[in-house]
Design a protein around this ligand. Structure first.
Ligand code: NAP
Length: 466
């Protein structure tokens, strides 16, 4: 047999996870002119695009247009999609090792970081990741229940996910109608009783994790006045002193927060209050085990030896009445059976995208990773492009050095047969394009970008694949 990467023996790559990191890895591999490379992309859902479909806020449609780039990649003859096929359930890593020269894990960060305070497990206290997946119509979360009859909601954290959650809670029905939010979420949010939303930052305005466009948008909500307490918009002396080294984003955030703190209330139906230098210390429940209030401690900042500003509690406590709590303090990766995992960091053990053996710390032959499961849950969609390129370049270097797996069945047809046997109702990219057409046509009829399928059975039925 000729060398791997030749026309007659192309490099066979399996990418597991059809989000941006997976597509950007394929994009970089397809740019390689000297080797023949074919990619099979797997996803546990019938739909591609990962967090672009199930995480990006539905009122941020422009961000979702990145899928056009992914469509163009998927249109290449060297690319195939096997949706509705779950690694660990339908197929195993060993199956992939028998069919591909290289395997790339781009499964993202599928759960949330935990917050260890008393009462966190009370009824009506949820990870924001679940709420986000629910309103975006993720099939695994569509039946979750969130008590939107509550008037007062707290969102813990002030990253961009917290901003998304707070904004969606404050949107009017008319605003939501312009989005592709799941139809059940549109109905429930339109009828919600929510009047007061708090976003809680444990540090100050100069350390806010949200980005300026997202912060600015919070001040432009049709149905909610956005409030910052003037005393919390003021920088503490340590933050003030650090401004000389601050980047443009931080300076802009500070300006936006100051401007919000100077606003008068205009009598909009909802109020969104962004708090700084406060940490929840306890959720207080009633006899039915439901959250009724949150205890907060006022923080002060101190500087670590590395120069980072950290929060520490003072003696000042307060209590705010809240009936619904979302903790939005970061996503976390989930281990894949048979793949080395760094428990504390919540990522696949890797160096520049090469998966490492947990004992020897040496690269595992033929296995790679990219995206949030490689580096942790940080950055915007575009951040995955250089990240995936780094991984793809390691893959190409290893190909050049002859360091690839020797699968027993590298032929294209062998992988098709494997999937047909293990998951006969898998979904191809062509199938997805049909679903996409049905969704956008249903949306058009209601003047919305799309109406999503939110049940796998409905997707399969629409494709005649039950
Ligand atoms: P994030 O940006 O890391 O923000 C996490 C927030 O949780 C921070 O405010 C953090 O405060 C806070 N936090 C962490 N531990 C806490 C604790 N124990 N108690 C209280 N607060 C705590 O994470 P994210 O919001 O989940 O976003 C993930 C990534 O996706 C980010 O890179 C984000 O920019 C990106 N994203 C982008 C968009 C967009 O572009 N529109 C939308 C959504 C997400 P500290 O800063 O003090 O740690």
């Amino acid at each position: 047999m000729s060398d791997v990467g030749s026309e007659t023996n192309p490099l066979r790559v399996a990418i597991v996870g059809a989000g941006p990191a997976g597509f950007y890895t394929a994009e970089r591999l397809f740019k390689e002119k000297n080797s023949h490379i074919t990619v099979d992309m797997y996803d546990r859902l019938p739909t591609p695009f990962g967090l672009v479909r199930n995480g990006v806020a539905p009122d941020h449609q422009k961000i979702k247009s990145v899928t056009k780039v992914f469509d163009r990649l998927a249109n290449k003859p060297q690319f195939r999609f096997f949706g509705n096929v779950e690694l660990g359930t339908d197929i195993t890593v060993e199956d992939l090792r028998q069919h591909y020269h290289q395997i790339v894990y781009t499964t993202g960060a599928q759960t949330d970081r935990s917050l260890d305070i008393p009462g966190i497990d009370l009824k009506n206290s949820h990870p924001a990741t679940e709420f986000v997946a629910w309103y975006n119509g993720h099939p695994d979360f569509r039946d979750y229940e969130f008590d939107l009859s509550q008037e007062s909601v707290a969102v813990i954290g002030i990253g961009n996910v917290a901003v998304d959650v707070a904004r969606i809670l404050c949107r009017t029905r008319e605003e939501l109608m312009e989005t592709d939010i799941a139809d059940y979420a549109l109905e429930q949010l339109s009828q919600s009783n929510v009047k007061e939303v708090y976003m809680l930052g444990r540090r100050g305005p100069a350390q806010a994790a949200f980005t300026p466009p997202e912060a600015k948008e919070l001040g432009e909500l049709k149905g909610a006045d956005t409030i910052v307490l003037p005393e919390e918009a003021e920088l503490d002396p340590l933050s003030q002193a650090s401004l000389a080294d601050a980047d443009r984003g931080t300076m802009r955030n500070i300006e936006i927060i100051k401007e919000l703190s100077e606003r008068e209330l205009t009598g909009k139906p909802k109020q969104l209050t962004i708090r700084f230098l406060v940490s929840p210390t306890e959720l207080i429940g009633n006899d039915a085990g439901e959250v009724v209030a949150m205890k907060l401690v006022k923080n002060e900042l101190y500087q670590t030896e590395s120069g980072t500003m950290r929060p520490r509690p003072t003696e000042n406590f307060e209590e705010i009445p809240v009936g619904l709590v979302f903790r939005s303090i970061g996503y976390r990766g989930v281990p894949i059976p048979d793949v080395p995992f760094h428990e504390r960091w919540g990522v696949i053990l890797n160096e520049k995208g090469r998966v490492l053996n947990a004992v020897s710390n040496e690269p595992v032959l033929g296995e790679y990773t990219a995206g949030w499961i490689k580096r942790g849950p940080s950055g915007v969609i575009g951040t995955n492009k250089p990240d995936a390129a780094e991984t793809a370049e390691c893959m190409l270097a290893d190909l050049a050095a002859g360091k690839v797996l020797s699968p027993a069945h590298p032929e294209l047809d062998a992988a098709t047969k494997l999937v047909q046997e293990k998951k006969p109702n898998y979904v191809s990219y062509e199938d997805w394009l049909k679903l996409n057409e049905l969704e956008t046509a249903a949306g058009e009829a209601q003047g919305r970008p799309r109406i999503k399928f939110t049940k796998v059975v409905d997707m399969l039925a629409a494709l005649g694949k039950q």
